[in-house]
Design a protein around this ligand. Structure first.
Ligand code: BGC
Length: 258
């Protein structure tokens, strides 16, 4: 007899791309192709909603409210409201985003921060599974997102991409995110030197037991992780850049992130 599988849809809204897939929640893997569209310039709410509808259409689930839907967003999310906007329009600040998506999509959703849901995916199905103590997952993308997980439990809405570089008074993410690597045409070595500063600083502040690195660039982890010297083990996310989709879908099933 075939094993019973349960599916949900995950949408991961990022500063650069909006990715989605149907997820097999028993296996913790994509059960469909991954679909992706560019995040509309300026990332205004109406344009983002249209793009989310487009990826759901492509997946063939836009009108199927029987499949749970999780949506991840690159901002602080508290009780359905987005409270920050680092790489999206300022209109999201203090915005009833969950309700906006529910009204616009005509269905219930579960809504949370993008790095937090990637953390959930890695706890349930990946590198943080069964790890005791403090795991810090960081996503290196347009910005730097973070998930703090202690003994398997997520502490939501950490914003470790926004620690300040003392000398420069700028956010860490402006200096060390993958977007800085691309924007400035850095070599892996030059970028790794920035990551060395970043992870040493976070290591000093939190004394974690494990760092996990997610985001699209995690598929090239062999080019930069071996260059880092840290007292804390640092590994790529098992689900690489799909962790956000998988975690958003997993959350839709259990709804347990604030
Ligand atoms: C945002 C975070 C987000 C991260 C990754 C940061 O700029 O403040 O909320 O998790 O980017 O998208």
């Amino acid at each position: 007899m075939a094993a019973k599988t349960t599916h949900a849809v995950g949408v991961d809204i990022g500063g650069t791309g909006i990715k989605a897939g149907i997820v097999d929640l028993d296996a913790g893997q994509l059960a469909s192709d991954r679909v992706k569209v560019a995040t509309p310039a300026g990332a205004e709410p109406d344009d983002v909603l249209r793009a989310v509808r487009q990826v759901l259409d492509t997946l063939g689930v836009a009108d199927d409210a029987s499949v749970a839907l999780g949506v991840a967003f690159p901002a602080i999310v508290k009780r359905g409201r987005t409270l920050s906007a680092a790489n999206v329009s300022d209109k999201w600040i203090g915005f009833e985003a969950e309700k906006f998506f529910e009204d616009g999509l005509g269905r219930e959703i579960h809504f949370a921060n993008d790095a937090d849901v990637a953390g959930v995916a890695e706890v349930r199905y990946g590198a943080a599974k069964g790890v005791d103590g403090l795991v810090i997952l960081t996503t290196l993308g347009t910005g730097i997102g973070s998930a703090l997980i202690y003994d398997g439990v997520l502490v939501p809405n950490s914003e470790l991409g926004h620690v300040q570089r003392a000398k420069h008074g700028k956010d860490a993410e402006a200096y060390a995110a993958y977007s800085a690597f691309e924007r400035e045409g850095l070599t892996w070595e030059k970028w790794a030197a920035r990551l060395q500063w970043y992870y040493s600083h976070i290591e000093f502040l939190f004394s974690p037991d494990l760092f996990i690195v997610g985001g699209g660039v995690s598929k090239h982890a062999q080019n930069f992780l071996p260059l880092l010297e840290l007292g804390t083990p640092i590994v790529p996310a098992v689900h690489r850049n799909n962790a956000g989709i998988i975690g958003a879908a997993a959350l839709a099933r259990t709804g347990d992130v604030a």
